[in-house]
Design a binder for this molecule. Sequence first.
Ligand SMILES: [Zn+2]
Ligand SMILES: [Zn+2]
Length: 85
Amino acid sequence: MASGAEKDSDSATAADTKLAQQENAANSLCPICLDPIDDTAYTDPCFHTFCFHCIKQWADMAATCPLCRWPIKTILHMVRSDEED
Ligand SMILES: [Zn+2]
Ligand SMILES: [Zn+2]
């Protein structure tokens, strides 16, 4: 009698990609210049993030979001100010 040999090889290496994506969210890249976003600006109303200078330059040529092509109404610039009135 031949015994059916079942080999169950557990390969648990699929969880690495999820970790990489989570780390990316903390320090996201600008889709225009592909560098880490330095001076964060948001497009309104779709709220995609870019460097302020990148999206400002882009909006000069095309008033649509480079990511989703939604018309840009305003560019929201997040300024870190230590001073408060
Ligand atoms: Zn940029
Ligand atoms: Zn967008």
